[in-house]
Design a protein around this ligand. Sequence first.
Ligand SMILES: NC(=O)C1=CN([C@@H]2O[C@H](COP(=O)(O)OP(=O)(O)OC[C@H]3O[C@@H](n4cnc5c(N)ncnc54)[C@H](OP(=O)(O)O)[C@@H]3O)[C@@H](O)[C@H]2O)C=CC1
Ligand SMILES: O=C(O)[C@@H]1CCC=N1
Length: 280
Amino acid sequence: MKKIAMIGAGSMAEALISGMVEKQFIKGEQIWVTNRSDREKLNRLHKLYGVNPTYNFEEMLQDANVILLAMKPKDVALAVKQIKPYLNHETLLVSMLAGVSIKSIEMLTELSVSIVRAMPNTSAAIGQSATALAANSIATEEQINLIKTMFDTVGLTVYVEEKQLDAVTGLSGSGPAYIYYLIEAMEKSAVEIGLNGELAQKLIVQTLIGAAGMVSRTTKPPKQLRREVTSPGGTTEAGLKILKEHQVQEAFIQCIKEATSQSKRLGLTLAEELEKEKRT
Ligand SMILES: NC(=O)C1=CN([C@@H]2O[C@H](COP(=O)(O)OP(=O)(O)OC[C@H]3O[C@@H](n4cnc5c(N)ncnc54)[C@H](OP(=O)(O)O)[C@@H]3O)[C@@H](O)[C@H]2O)C=CC1
Ligand SMILES: O=C(O)[C@@H]1CCC=N1
């Protein structure tokens, strides 16, 4: 890989840059990054990772092996319009956008280009993303393998059918936020029950790492692991009773379903706009 061009320089782009550079998949100087107008952010990325900040699409896209779309779904139409003059049949477009279908991107490019959709998460910054990939039929095996190798450097990568990407987005794309929300609650409670914040954070983080390790390294299902913590008449049982009363598990299920639906809605909104444009 000689050159990656990133259109968009937000949280997800930075997480990916940070992970790829840290894992020495690519040097910062081989990455070109642009955004809409936040010059300060581009300069910060340059200082931190050595990437090339630019607003010159020609310089950025010339000979790029991969062009990464990393803007919000609502901004993709304008972004693709801007890069369209520099696309050709050799182009390999990678989209990290929630919901936006391969078909919509094809409609925007109006060109037969290889497209790989990826749904990573921000833990890519420390090489711990859970990423799912789906590609169009133009993408070659070599191109798909290249993108798999790229995301492998920032965590676990799996292939899915494109129609499964909304569910992946609701589950693992947004997933880190659900865990941070839980950590916030644990931190708040720790202070209220009289623990020092710094000490509590250490205990919470290790508890999460330990629980994740137990799920991934033992063959026991989470339900059994939960039962093993829960002594009859003990503390866990008393605590879990409150979670059940508040239907916390159902709330989590609803949360993931709603995030999945929102991914579908984001994609549909754009698809409808593009169909409407095509008809007029
Ligand atoms: N954040 C996450 O956890 C994840 C996000 N994603 C997906 O990644 C994408 C980016 O998300 P995230 O990083 O959070 O978003 P951010 O809002 O943090 O970043 C969006 C970036 O896109 C830039 N941008 C917008 N329009 C254009 C344009 N026309 N040309 C060039 N750059 C443009 C913005 O520039 P400026 O700041 O100058 O306006 C900004 O740098 C989304 O589509 C999201 O669905 C996928 C997985 C996880
Ligand atoms: O919230 C979002 O829309 C993006 C997609 C997955 C995580 N963040």
